[in-house]
Design a binder for this molecule. Structure first.
Ligand SMILES: [Zn+2]
Length: 339
């Protein structure tokens, strides 16, 4: 089975994002928030069948771990209540996709984060998504300010209330920034990769996993700059008198394969143990074009993993085994879908 651990609902029916614009306008003008638009099952089916589901079939993947559009989370807009309303709307829509296509999609939620507001306010929505909607993980934004980095690092006790709930529910968190509102940082080209890299360095600096030995993070987009600069991070950790990174972080930190060329995936799998790599494509996402050098979509990452000169057992870990380990609720969700 081929599990893509990183996909967003980038193709949601237009009225969903339309409502978001109305919601933010109403917030800014201090007016009442409009009612949610109606979205039919057929509209949801159409938005999936001709996009993510079509690509799953064409590329030979089986299941996408599916979450709301990442740039759309935009935790910097409005206030905590704005984020709470938007999170519920987005997570409910993911749940409807998963209910319509239970064998192809399993849900991961966004959290109602808001800059300067304790992540304790995300506990109830995470619990609702996991216990009531059957979700198996969450996306945690390390920078709800959208490129200004106004909140403390992920190792700060500020974040502990949400970690306690994540651990209690036994779900992993993907470290995933949202839109950049800092013009210095292009969203998917700089802010995303910065977020991934910064999170890893924060984990080196702090001693978070001493307090939360079972907390698990997936750093997406191949771990940002981390695998390429692995020697730098090993050396920095050594200078800080930290244990070797393999012992210090790799029981808790995983990387996905959203790296859009073969040499990048080769490097990732040479540097990072295969036990810490989860297959992902982030389709339909940041990079939608065709690579003229290969004639295939950049984000068709399965092709790169297929071409790796590693054993079948190692590939099975990347494609399936590691996801089942990192997302312990996935096996149950799949068994339920197949009933
Ligand atoms: Zn993403």
């Amino acid at each position: 089975m081929i599990i893509d651990c990183h996909g967003h609902y980038t193709t949601a029916p237009k009225q969903h994002e339309g409502w978001r614009q109305q919601q933010i306008a109403a917030f800014d003008e201090k007016k009442a928030i409009p009612a949610r638009p109606s979205i039919s099952d057929d509209e949801i089916r159409d938005s999936i069948v001709n996009a993510q589901l079509k690509l799953q079939k064409e590329r030979g993947t089986d299941l996408t771990i599916f979450s709301p559009r990442a740039a759309g989370m935009s935790h910097h807009l409005g206030d905590a209540e704005t984020s709470a309303q938007w999170s519920r709307a987005c997570n409910d829509l993911i749940h409807r996709v998963c209910a319509l296509f239970p064998e192809n999609f399993v849900g991961v939620c966004m959290l109602p984060q808001s800059t300067g507001v304790s992540p304790a306010n995300c506990r109830a929505e995470l619990e609702r998504c996991v216990k009531e909607l059957g979700f198996i993980g969450c996306n945690l934004n390390p920078d709800p300010s959208g490129g200004w980095w106004k909140d403390p690092p992920l190792t700060d006790r500020y974040w502990y209330p949400i970690y306690e709930k994540i651990v209690e529910l036994d779900v992993p968190a993907m470290v995933h920034v949202s839109a950049s509102c800092n013009p210095c940082f292009h969203g998917t080209g700089a802010h995303y990769i910065n977020g991934d890299t910064s999170a890893f360095m924060q984990f080196i600096t702090g001693d978070l996993f001493k307090d939360f030995p079972t907390l698990r993070f997936i750093i997406p987009h191949g771990g940002g700059a981390v695998p390429y600069h692995w020697g730098r991070y090993r050396g920095l950790a050594q200078d800080m008198k930290k244990p070797p990174l393999k012992d210090y972080l790799l029981k808790n930190v995983y990387f996905d394969t959203c790296v859009y060329h073969l040499p990048g995936i080769e490097l990732l799998t040479r540097v990072i143990p295969v036990e810490n790599i989860l297959f992902a494509s982030e389709m339909v996402g940041a990079v939608r074009g065709v690579d003229p050098e290969t004639g295939h979509n950049y984000d068709d990452t399965k092709r790169y993993v297929d071409q790796l000169k590693i054993g079948a057992a190692e590939k099975q870990k990347i494609f399936e085994g590691n996801a089942l380990k990192v997302f312990p609720r996935l096996a149950g969700a799949l068994a339920k879908a197949r009933k």
